[in-house]
Write a protein that binds this ligand. Structure first.
Ligand SMILES: NC(=O)c1ccc[n+]([C@@H]2O[C@H](COP(=O)([O-])OP(=O)(O)OC[C@H]3O[C@@H](n4cnc5c(N)ncnc54)[C@H](O)[C@@H]3O)[C@@H](O)[C@H]2O)c1
Ligand SMILES: [Zn+2]
Length: 370
């Protein structure tokens, strides 16, 4: 069954279509909301080989002229060199102001292609077709686009909302299990910051969420789909309330990310996946919350137990506190070098912008790093 989640942002509103077997409908759905007919399809080499043809056939069938640009899979492609190659491809494809960029892939392709769409001719239409769990519940929704510089992640970027998001759950058939698990960390995040019921659903059905997609029955897939839709709805609600991260609401999405980003940075990007680092970061955040905002110890234990049941790490052995602290000070979201944390008052209720005493943080980070 297809579910539709609406992201309500005035003239920039759009729908997220979510369900099994949706990819062949992409062309028809795009034709309903966009008037242009020239498409640059941006994807990576893994996803292109698996889904590129289906998407191209769907788009051509609906009357779109399609050119495909394939970047190498991996974070390294979110860079200026690939971006400039895509500008050339956009020129070659004849993308004028009515042109459309379609991102087919995970968050890497989404962020890169999104920034291409945001900056080409000062901004053209953009469609997200996320194929990882992380991209479905997080990066494809909300309009943040960008690339990395050698000196730091996501340093160049723009807010540019898509005109449509289409998430076909069949993508999980080929997604590596480790990538699915990493995406589940963000799913847990939504429950922890905003929806205690969602958190409980995850706890009650860890067997469903830790089983390969192909082994799930119809009920398991439906449950998984509902959970993804709920995450999209939470993100949509938060983004609608604070599109450009000005009021502090959107910052709650950063739960687990202050230490998580530092872990990714200190371990050298790529060794630990983003979601894995966020899992450990969430453990740190709930331990801080128990000390500082009165989160019951029982809830700290619930979060750790859920992460373990989902196959996610709850510690990051071997990371030095000095490296983590240095990385946190450089974090984009630090204020005057003081890292800010999202803490929980209780499961489902969060507070952003919290400064924490360094000795408390150090003790917790050292414990998680041993
Ligand atoms: N814009 C935002 O709001 C936002 C939010 C969170 C993360 N991000 C960004 O997202 C990126 C991470 O995204 P990701 O975790 O999706 O990683 P990714 O895009 O690198 O994809 C992970 C791997 O899975 C492969 N893959 C993707 N879909 C597949 C499928 N269906 N079958 C088989 N293989 C498949 C990819 O080729 C890649 O090797 C980071 O750059 C991060 O900064 C952005
Ligand atoms: Zn994240």
């Amino acid at each position: 069954m297809t579910q539709i989640v609406n992201v309500v942002l005035g003239s920039r509103s759009y729908a997220i279509h979510l369900g099994e077997g949706l990819l062949p409908q992409l062309g028809v759905l795009m034709a309903q909301v966009l008037r242009g007919r020239r498409v640059l399809l941006v994807t990576d080499n893994h996803v292109s080989a698996i889904l590129g043809e289906t998407v191209t056939v769907s788009l051509r069938g609906a009357g779109f002229a399609v050119s495909r640009s394939v970047v190498p899979a991996g974070e390294a492609s979110k860079c200026g060199e690939q971006l400039f190659a895509l500008y050339e491809a956009a020129k070659q494809a004849g993308l004028d102001r009515s042109g459309i960029v379609v991102a087919l892939g995970g968050g890497v392709v989404g962020d890169l292609a999104g920034y291409l769409a945001a900056s080409w001719l000062r901004g053209i239409a953009f469609v997200q077709v996320p194929t990882t769990l992380l991209a479905m519940v997080d990066s494809s929704v909300g309009g943040k686009t960008g690339i990395n510089l050698p000196s730091g992640k996501n340093l160049v970027g723009a807010f540019h909302q898509p005109a449509l998001v289409l998430a076909d759950l069949d993508a999980f058939t080929t997604l590596p299990p480790r990538e699915t698990r990493a995406g589940l960390a963000e799913v847990v995040k939504y429950g922890a910051i905003r929806d205690a019921q969602l958190f409980q659903t995850l706890e009650e059905h860890t067997a469903v969420f830790s089983r390969p997609w192909k082994d799930l029955d119809a009920a398991g897939r439906a449950l998984f789909g509902n959970v993804i839709a709920r995450c999209c709805a939470i993100k949509a609600e938060v983004v609608a309330g604070d599109e450009r991260e000005e009021s502090g609401l959107r910052a709650i999405l950063n739960f687990g990310h202050t230490l998580g980003h530092a872990i990714e940075n200190a371990s050298g990007y790529g060794r630990i996946l983003h979601g894995e680092a966020v899992a450990v970061g969430m453990v740190a955040a709930v331990r801080l919350s128990a000390r500082l905002t009165g989160l019951p110890e029982a809830d700290v234990a619930r979060l750790e137990k859920l992460l373990v049941a989902l196959g996610l790490p709850v510690r990051a052995p071997g990371l030095a506190w000095t490296d983590l602290r240095a990385a946190m000070k450089l974090d984009k979201k630090s204020e005057a070098g003081v890292p800010r944390f999202v803490l929980l008052k209780q499961l489902g209720e969060s507070l952003s912008g919290c400064a924490v005493p360094e000795d408390v943080l150090e003790a917790i980070a050292r414990d998680l790093g041993t």
